[in-house]
Design a protein around this ligand. Structure first.
Ligand SMILES: [Zn+2]
Ligand SMILES: [Zn+2]
Length: 272
């Protein structure tokens, strides 16, 4: 179990490093002058913020690796529903199971995220993730270790409840990492059709999640806007200004918010 934890932590961390590092290089170095118009906020995340995000992402990788090792152990003992014979359920079931996995994870994430915005949980745990109103791609795994453990539990929930092919599980984990990075990128790379098409506009974008970081409320979901729409926690104007500066704060106000010390500490105002 210890060796598997070390190996899987390393794999999780390298996966994070590849996607966060790759997209950071693409947006913040290589295409920086060309893609100015794609920046959601004109304020580039502080180096101090990025260091903080990276440090906590290393801890999270170890915790995700530990949960992975636990799942691997359970799989070897035949306790999970993860299967290896692709022909057992076929291609369309694999596609369907991927969607089901995303819906389960989205639902779990939405409600645990709401819990984490209650004042005590926010102050003691979730504040680590909200280190700045304009996060960087390095924030994808930036969680307090307790939050990282709580968030990692979606995997056993899935592995013990729905049959899923091992290849689909790996693809899902890859997708989760890519989307986690994309949602914290600070750049809106999705084309405008993502706001016009009635299906595509339910997919969470970097702009959608940047609203959550800027206001410490609204837009709690991970992959789709369904739960925010249903519960009434979706910020209503974000889709009309995709790719542009979001919300009511002016750029100079955002500058004031950019330091660690002045990050708002309020919990979930919807609970007030
Ligand atoms: Zn949050
Ligand atoms: Zn976030």
């Amino acid at each position: 179990m210890l060796l598997n934890t070390v190996l899987l932590s390393l794999i999780v961390f390298l996966r994070y490093l590849c996607f966060a590092g790759g997209l950071y290089f693409l947006c913040y170095v290589w295409k920086k002058p060309k893609w100015e118009s794609k920046r959601i906020s004109p304020i580039v995340p502080d180096k101090k913020v990025m260091k903080h995000e990276f440090k906590y992402s290393v801890f999270s990788s170890v915790i995700f690796g530990w949960t992975g090792a636990w799942m691997f152990d359970a799989w070897e003992k035949g306790q999970t529903l993860v299967y290896t014979d692709f022909s057992k359920y076929g291609f369309w079931y694999a596609v369907f199971s991927l969607l089901v996995m995303m819906v389960i994870h989205d639902t779990y994430f939405y409600w645990t995220h709401r819990l984490l915005h209650l004042p005590w949980f926010y102050k003691n745990l979730h504040k680590v993730h909200h280190s700045a109103p304009n996060p960087s791609p390095w924030a994808a795994f930036c969680f307090h270790p307790v939050e990282a453990f709580l968030e990692s539990l979606y995997m056993p929930i899935i592995a013990f409840t729905i049959p899923c092919h091992i290849g689909v599980v790996f693809f899902f984990l890859m997708l989760m990492t890519v989307l986690g990075v994309v949602n914290h990128l600070g750049y809106e790379l999705y084309p405008q059709v993502f706001l016009k098409n009635r299906f595509l506009k339910t997919i969470i974008s970097a702009t959608n999640h940047s609203v959550h970081h800027r206001f410490n409320k609204f837009n709690y979901a991970l992959y789709f806007t369904w739960w925010d729409d249903l519960v009434g926690t979706r910020y209503q104007s974000d889709e009309t200004i995709l790719g542009k500066t979001v919300g009511v704060a002016t750029d100079s106000e955002l500058h004031d918010l950019a330091g660690f010390a002045s990050v708002p500490e309020d919990g979930d105002p919807l609970q007030a």
